[in-house]
Design a protein around this ligand. Structure first.
Ligand SMILES: *Cc1c(COP(=O)(O)O)cnc(C)c1O
Length: 233
């Protein structure tokens, strides 16, 4: 297979992200790109790894279970960006480097239990629901401060910031509102003594708005890997 399109797409995405940074008066070095490889097979991820990419976002733990053994020689760090059931905690503790969708204390307990057994720690972001859409996951903004307090007792979970998915709409004002809400929440939590330096927000279709609102990390799937034929939640 010819994967040269990956190199071209990656170069183009980096240029577009850098431009969005400049448009927002920010340095390109302030915004990381998380390639999202969900639904794409191990060979595609291997070709992307050959470009120097080593962190990949995946929605489903089952998919990481399938790909990780095939890519054990690539030094990949898997980042979970999809909704997580507590019964997946064992696989997450074994395979994942980071979870961006922590949204409840029960999940933290399950992860902590399994991480202790593995003797590992995990970087985590808390997913906040900033969109009114029923389909969007995450904790309600009001629940953020209490959860941050509860998470302090888990040595295995390194809370680094917040993640959100904006409303799926052409209305850029609404999309921006979601991103702004996440940044303002972060600022309020920081003022309360919770250090949350990372803001994961923005995808292929809306990353420029997220960068304008302070994203430190954008999650890019289709603009790098192409259209997904399979659907995921
Ligand atoms: C699929 C997905 C992405 C990437 O979406 P694209 O539009 O393909 O860039 C980003 N974040 C989450 C949580 C996703 O599920």
């Amino acid at each position: 297979m010819d994967y040269s399109y990956l190199s071209a797409n990656w170069t183009a995405v980096r240029a577009r992200v850098a431009q969005a940074c400049r448009d927002a008066g920010r340095e390109p070095s302030e915004v990381a790109i998380l390639p999202v490889s969900k639904t794409f097979g191990a060979e595609v991820v291997r070709a992307a790894a050959a470009l120097g990419l080593h962190r990949f976002g995946e929605n489903r733990v089952q998919e990481v279970r399938e790909k990780a053994p095939l890519l054990a020689d690539c030094g990949i760090e898997w980042v979970i960006i999809g909704p997580l059931q507590t019964n997946k905690a064992k696989d997450v503790a074994r395979l994942a480097h980071e979870v961006q969708t922590l949204d409840r204390v029960e999940l933290a307990e399950a992860l902590d239990h399994r991480l202790q057994i593995e003797g590992r720690a995990l970087d985590v972001l808390l997913q906040v629901k900033t969109s009114p859409e029923e389909s969007k996951h995450g904790l309600s903004p009001d629940d953020l401060a209490p959860l941050l307090m509860q998470l302090r007792r888990f040595d295995t979970l390194r809370v680094q910031g917040l993640m959100t998915i904006a409303t799926h709409t052409d209305d850029t004002a609404e999309v921006r509102r979601c991103f702004r809400q996440l940044r303002e929440l972060r600022d309020a939590m920081t003022a309360d003594g919770h250090a949350l330096p990372r803001l994961s927000m923005g995808m292929s279709g809306d990353f420029a708005l997220a960068i304008a609102e302070g994203a430190t990390e954008v999650r890019i799937g289709s603009a790098i890997f192409g259209m997904r034929t399979a659907t995921v939640s």
